[in-house]
Design a protein around this ligand. Sequence first.
Ligand code: BG6
Length: 489
Amino acid sequence: MNDITTYKPCDLVIFGALGDLSRRMLLISLYKLEEAGLLEPDTRVIGVDRIVQDSPGFIEVTRKSLEEFLKRAIEEDVWKTFSARLAYVQVDISNLDDFKKLGEVLDQKARVTVNYLAIPPSLFKSVCQGLNKANLVTKETRIVMEKPIGHDLASSREINDTVGEVFDDEQTYRIDHYLGKETVLNLLALRFANSIFTTNWSHSTIDHIQITVAEEVGIEGRWDYFDKAGQLRDMLQNHLLQILTFIAMEPPASLDAKNIHSEKIKVLQALRPITGENVDDTTVRGQYAAGYIKGNAVPGYLEEDGANTESATESFVAMRVDIDNWRWAGVPFYLRTGKRLSYKRTEIVVNFKQLPHNIFKDSYRSLPPNKLIIHLQPKEGVEIEMLNKVPGIDGAIKLQQTKLDLSFFDAFKNKRVFGGYERLLLEAMRGNITLFISREETEQAWTWVDSILKAWSNLSDKPKPYPAGTWGPNAADALLARDGRTWEE
Ligand code: BG6
């Protein structure tokens, strides 16, 4: 990967600039990039939406978004520079003249146009065609798409085909914000820069791996979107499978996009299909009921604003995933993700195998195996659980479980941990596609997920209820108990 501070100036065009994603995430992340001095001096941010607005109005909306979502004071110096980059163009995407109007604002000679689609996928076609007809697409122009790319394989293909009529795959940046998270990237460093992990990373030393992405939040007023999606499509098809590919892939020849993408695709291709035959034994669906988060009462999923009280959409998924290849034969990956769980926590726990013989029976009848715990968020860090001798000179050798604990905060005190969107916005402006998802990856992930969705649709039971503020339904514990294992708590 190149130095992230050097790139050509851009016109970053945000379609849906007045929408939720733009106001909560994109504008805030761009401000933070400004604050860190990482925006190219001549780069501009051009907000586009169908709502009647002008540039001063857009600047005001951006200021209000920062006041609401930045969660700290705005630095007036930074704001002055940042607000000077902002402009607004009102575009009705069915009106070619509006795209031409946008063209008059763009400067395609001196700047690369990066179009960010923060709008529903049903509108992608009109935007791509509008840009094309107005001659706003050159070889350098890029398009950035937000997940979800479709709701199944067929719809994802349709979106990719539509966008593909105007943009080549090298110009198409499919975002999964987890790939911009510092700790997800650190998985590459952990695995491929440390020989203790490169040589101990397979079925010969690892018993099983757990990946947990637990959320405290509920559906955040997004009933219409979430109820059609569910946690499998919203989180597992993308974020958890992406983490899984980083954990399970073979060493890529280099950090180039092609090498990384092709190793990730091989993992997705090796996922054992979950079908009607094994769906009951390998998956658990849950739906939150009313409960307490940090002592505050919260409503159940079916009591959320706008809820359809008959909904059978899952807000929790746990599953056993097997990767049928040489490295991972016989090593289960247990994945779980849910909304309204006890607290926010994203972590990977690599459970190593038990030693074949125990010479410390005085301390432990059975020696607890080593664990590597990778905390992706909120408290980024890496821990290794290991056994050490308790100091003392009398009696037999006594062992105790201890932790090698590396907190990113302590180790890199003066380094700021950038958020996923900050990194990915910067990478899109720089033209580095490595951390974005290729078309084949999305489609391979959908192929695997579609089979689960089909198997679920034939089940007569509904997702199991769990009280908000817990770790999901009991059935998730039973899933591991069947294999003689427990979730890391
Ligand atoms: C989004 C999902 O992609 O990721 C949300 O649509 C979810 O439902 C969010 O809450 C979680 O992201 P993070 O970065 O807070 O873990």
